[in-house]
Design a binder for this molecule. Structure first.
Ligand SMILES: [Zn+2]
Length: 442
């Protein structure tokens, strides 16, 4: 290959990687698979129920479960608990505590309780299934219901992220139960309520369950019919700047603007983005001051971090800490001000490729060629899931077994009826094979 040509390829590869949704360079090849007669029966059962599956997704989407809508999530959790009890699962609710937040207003964020359901039996493979009940759409949002177009496109809040994934999981389990394949299985289902704010409350629960299982399957959505193989790490930072309030006309010199200090810090923090290194920073929210004619005494910021390795994440936290502890606005009359407080957390570790997950992805790709809606390959994603938390404590976790679609977190969120049926079938066969997998005792 000529120098120019290979240089061009390197450049193209770098561009793809910098998009944060790149296909993996050395992609996974589909495993040749065949369906057993019992698996064919499982698929027939799902085909015969596609109307009910769509109706169930419609009813799930109609319940608003924005992370802050505790009443909506409580209602949704009760339905899910009942459904799982019908499938022989013992269910328990795990209480959430309010999460204190560093802002000018103070206070805390309340999140709804989580649901854990389990079946225990003599099978040796312990399977953890996970989905999150919450969506990014608050109860006040105009986007509240599922609609279907003539070509089978399904639109709605959470239809992809991830009511669709939850409906896939439930119906895969129903199909297995109908054939008696859940008997003696060891399966735990975790539905948490705070994924969309970074699983700040449910993380210890995810970690505890991850340590008790052998394989994790997370029902987040996929796009371009590609499964996610690896992911960037995520972090979040809050800053609170205290200045000194004063009349903007009568005593301007006696004030210290928290907004001005925060503005300097925001500019410095945004400069930490380095596409080549794969680290990005987004100051997503800033608030400060209360009145036009008062020098603002308080300002706060909410910041998103993405990074390829733990070291990069720690570097970002340290760099922001340095910026926050440097005073950019100085008034000799008030030497202690402005003061910046910082709270920061790497809430989702980076997720590296894992040999056991790669094997499952190859199997899913092979199965999808028989089942329909074939999976084309994998991507490296800039987004996080609870699969990142589970895998970081040692549980091999495959994390995009929900529906295929696009536009998550926006009014453009959509998926398709074909994906709903095909992914339910795929999940059923994959879970069936995991139930039957023999693990040697440790
Ligand atoms: Zn999600």
């Amino acid at each position: 290959m000529g120098k120019v040509m290979s240089g061009l390829l390197v450049f193209l590869a770098a561009c793809l990687l910098s998009l944060g949704g790149a296909t993996n360079a050395a992609d996974i090849v589909a495993t040749q698979v065949e369906l057993s007669s019992s698996e064919k029966k499982i698929l027939d059962w799902i085909d015969a129920r596609s109307d009910q599956i769509l109706a169930e997704l419609t009813s799930h989407v109609a319940i608003n479960t924005g992370t802050g809508n505790l009443e909506g999530i409580d209602r949704y959790r009760a339905i899910l608990a009942k459904d799982l009890q019908h499938l022989g699962f013992a269910t328990r609710e795990v209480a959430s505590k309010p999460l204190p937040v560093l802002t000018c207003d103070g206070g805390s964020v309340s999140v709804a309780d989580h649901l854990v359901a389990s079946r225990t039996g003599s099978k040796t493979n312990r399977i953890l299934l996970n989905g999150h009940m919450d969506t990014v759409f608050p109860a006040s949002d105009e986007f509240q219901a599922l609609s279907m177009e003539a070509d089978g496109t399904l639109r709605g809040p959470g239809v992809l992220d991830m009511k669709g994934g939850i409906v896939v999981m439930l119906n895969a389990l129903r199909a297995l139960d109908a054939g008696g394949y859940l008997d003696q299985s060891n399966i735990t289902v975790l539905f948490n309520s705070d994924e969309e704010i970074g699983s700040l409350g449910s993380r210890p629960l995810v970690e505890e369950l991850a340590r008790q299982h052998d394989i994790g399957l997370v029902f987040e959505g996929s796009r371009e019919n590609r499964l996610t193989r690896s992911r960037k790490g995520l972090g979040q930072v809050r800053l609170k700047v205290t200045g000194r309030e004063s009349h903007a006309g009568a005593a301007h010199e006696k004030g210290m603007s928290a907004n001005l200090e925060l503005a300097h810090e925001v500019v410095a923090i945004e400069q930490l983005t380095d596409y080549e290194r794969g680290v990005t920073v987004n100051v997503g929210v800033i608030q400060g001051g209360e009145k036009r004619n008062t020098i603002p005494g308080c300002a706060d910021a909410f910041i998103d971090l993405r990074y390829p390795t733990v070291e990069d994440g720690e570097y970002l936290l340290a760099a922001i800490d340095k910026i926050a502890s440097t005073r950019h606005v100085v008034n000799p009359n008030y030497p202690g001000l402005p003061k910046t407080e910082m709270w920061g957390l790497l809430h989702r570790p980076a997720k590296q490729p894992n040999i056991e997950v790669d094997t499952l992805i190859a199997q899913a790709m092979g199965l999808s060629q028989i089942i329909g809606e074939p999976i084309e390959g994998t991507i490296y994603s800039g987004g996080g899931t609870d699969g990142s938390i589970a895998q970081a404590v040692g549980l091999p976790t495959m994390d995009t077994l929900g529906l295929n679609g696009e536009g998550a977190h926006s009014v453009r969120e959509k998926t398709s009826l074909a994906s709903l049926v095909a992914r339910t079938k795929l999940a059923a066969v994959l879970i069936h094979r995991q139930i039957e997998l023999q693990r040697a005792p440790e």
